[in-house]
Design a protein around this ligand. Structure first.
Ligand SMILES: Cc1cc2nc3c(=O)[nH]c(=O)nc-3n(C[C@H](O)[C@H](O)[C@H](O)COP(=O)(O)OP(=O)(O)OC[C@H]3O[C@@H](n4cnc5c(N)ncnc54)[C@H](O)[C@@H]3O)c2cc1C
Length: 242
């Protein structure tokens, strides 16, 4: 039986109830969205003829719908076109946790698991909007400055949408959790934080001299954490479309 949580939270069912280390789990939309929006990379899993597949790809979110896209020839997308159960996960590795026993080594992380029915986006208006969003969500207002998409390019691209039916977030954000009797063991223990940072830009050699990187890409300043940049660009995108 599905237990319905308050409207700010996803419904909780046996499918998405966090069982192992359940105190790290949550179901509120804000927590789940923050983990999804802080990433470009996700993994989409589904079962095809009894064989599980787990495909890494890029995703973006509009309200309660997750989108991803790919070549119309992609097996994954052809399969999902039929409308199938799918699970999309995002995970951030935030720290390496070195304990005083192998058993208590761990990782700090934020992860989200979303369940729904993936469907091909057939409506031309929704597809056109999605193909704009896949650029503008990450690079604010960039579509307006690009060579417009051709009908052939649009035809060659399949967009998949999945309304989030149920979801869970799981977060570990703490130090070493050793057994009390191990604390005196004379070995180094602690957390090694992990971040993915934006590197120095490498302009294409064909960019005309004097053509600067637009201000709209300021979120991706060198040295900035990617997850922060992606949260900022998602906020800007939501403001732009609201
Ligand atoms: C970077 C990273 C490293 C990890 N390292 C380990 C490890 O070394 N060992 C280990 O046991 N676990 C690790 N985990 C946690 C792991 O993802 C699972 O939560 C855990 O293994 C329990 O899996 P389960 O299927 O038994 O969970 P269950 O609690 O039985 O899963 C039930 C439901 O809980 C939710 N859920 C479970 N896990 C997650 C999750 N991570 N994020 C969001 N929702 C979730 C889903 O809705 C799922 O359907 C790690 C996670 C991350 C992101």
């Amino acid at each position: 039986m599905t237990v319905t949580s308050p409207s700010t939270a996803y419904p909780v069912s046996p499918r998405n109830r966090v069982k192992r280390v359940h105190e790290r789990g949550s179901y509120d939309r804000t927590s789940v969205h923050a983990i999804l929006d802080a990433a470009m990379l996700c993994h989409v899993s589904y079962v095809l003829d009894g064989q599980p597949y787990c495909t890494p790809t890029l995703h973006w979110r509009e309200g309660e719908t997750l989108y991803w896209h790919g070549s119309s020839a992609s097996r994954m997308l052809r399969h999902l076109t039929q409308g199938v159960a799918a699970c999309l996960t995002v995970s951030h590795l935030d720290g390496l946790v070195l304990a005083r026993s192998g058993f208590n080594h761990s990782a700090n992380y934020r992860s989200a698991m979303c369940f729904g029915t993936a469907r091909i986006v057939e409506d031309p208006a929704e597809k056109a909007e999605a193909l704009r969003a896949v650029v503008d969500r990450f690079y604010p207002e960039r579509t307006a400055s690009l060579r417009p998409i051709t009908p052939q390019e649009a035809k060659a691209t399949t967009v998949i949408g999945m309304r989030i039916e149920e979801a869970s977030a799981k977060v570990r954000a703490k130090g070493v959790a050793d057994d009390p009797e191990d604390i005196g063991h004379p070995v180094w223990a602690g957390v090694l934080p992990v971040r993915t940072l934006i590197g120095a830009a490498q302009p294409c050699p064909h960019v005309p001299e004097g053509l600067a990187r637009p201000e709209m890409l300021a979120a991706y300043a060198e040295g900035r954490a990617l997850d922060e940049a992606l949260l900022e660009t998602q906020r800007r995108y939501e403001e732009a479309v609201s």
